[in-house]
Design a protein around this ligand. Structure first.
Ligand code: SF4
Length: 297
């Protein structure tokens, strides 16, 4: 499992391009900043269409949306043939490329247990093409393809639990992270980069443009996602050992998180109560897993 670090232990070296191609307050740009501090310069980054795209100074290559898992596999195997197993091979992809279009190739890499690190900068939509619904979009969120009107209340179904799906591949390491908890995020990458085999980190990366909040609220939104249980922080080893890495005595009401964002502005009090029920139920199940330290399947 990852080990706690302090703010002073966060590496100082900056590997991101400033200002890059991100909007003000972009959570995904911050995810890149933190993740690549932890990965270090001895890293090759793969990208597929995502938003923002130009984010790091590391050697980088791009590919097709659906082939992220294949690209990182090829790079890792070529490096291995050259005797350069010291290099971190990282797929830094958006949720569209991980949860949906690219899932099959990344799942293949997970099944083969390729020695790669897949990091999802999860802004819960296809922001590179203007904010369409993705498998990571939460239920009832408004996107450009799930508009709110007489026939629709936003996304009709719940988000896909992709971290758990990858954990069920039995891979060495799966974790969730948030840009508002930088030491937790960095500790998880530092732990993962020391493991040989497939690693997956899903970073919730608030998007002021798509989620409709002021750019200076990014950290507040990201923190509330975790404090309300909307985005629990945990890690899973070998698809089995489970640990919550943030466990408040009591969760804050999810309404505090939802009401900051324009994409949920249409929700009724009853809809918010339904979301709260789902979150409380899931959080209680995670607490049980944390108590026994294992996923029993
Ligand atoms: S649209 Fe969202 S994800 Fe894309 S750069 Fe702007 S804030 Fe970041």
């Amino acid at each position: 499992m990852s080990e706690r670090i302090t703010i002073k232990q966060i590496p100082l070296e900056e590997l991101v391009i400033t200002p890059g191609s991100a909007c003000q307050g972009c959570g995904a740009a911050l995810a890149a900043r933190l993740a690549f501090k932890a990965l270090g310069p001895n890293t090759i980054r793969h990208s597929i269409p995502a938003c923002p795209d130009n984010v790091t100074r590391t050697p980088t290559s791009g590919g097709e949306f659906e082939a992220g898992g294949d690209h990182v596999t090829g790079t890792w195997r070529a490096l291995k043939a050259l005797g350069r197993e010291d290099v971190q091979v990282v797929g830094f992809y958006g949720d569209g490329g991980v949860y949906d279009i690219g899932f099959q190739s990344i799942s293949g890499a997970a099944i083969r247990n390729e020695n790669v690190f897949i990091i999802c900068k999860n802004n819960e939509a296809y922001m590179n093409t203007g904010g369409q619904v993705s498998g990571a979009t939460p239920q009832l969120a408004m996107t450009t393809t799930t508009p709110v009107g007489p026939m629709s209340r936003g996304k009709p179904n719940s988000r896909k639990n992709t971290p758990m799906i990858f954990a069920m591949h039995g891979v060495p390491y799966v974790a969730t992270a948030s840009v508002a908890f930088p030491t937790d995020l960095i500790a998880k990458i530092q732990y993962g980069k020391g493991i040989k085999g497939f690693k997956f980190l899903d970073i919730l990366s608030p998007c002021p443009t798509g989620w409709r909040f002021e750019p200076n609220k990014t950290i507040e939104v990201a923190r509330l996602a975790v404090q309300t249980g909307f985005w629990p922080l945990y890690e899973i080893i070998d698809g089995r050992k489970f640990r919550l890495t943030y466990k408040p005595r009591e969760l804050k009401p999810v309404a505090e998180y939802l009401k900051l964002q324009g994409r949920f502005r249409h929700l009724t009090e009853e809809e918010i109560k339904e979301i709260q029920r789902d979150i409380t139920d899931y959080w209680e199940r995670l607490l049980k897993l944390d108590e026994i330290g294992e996923i029993l399947l």
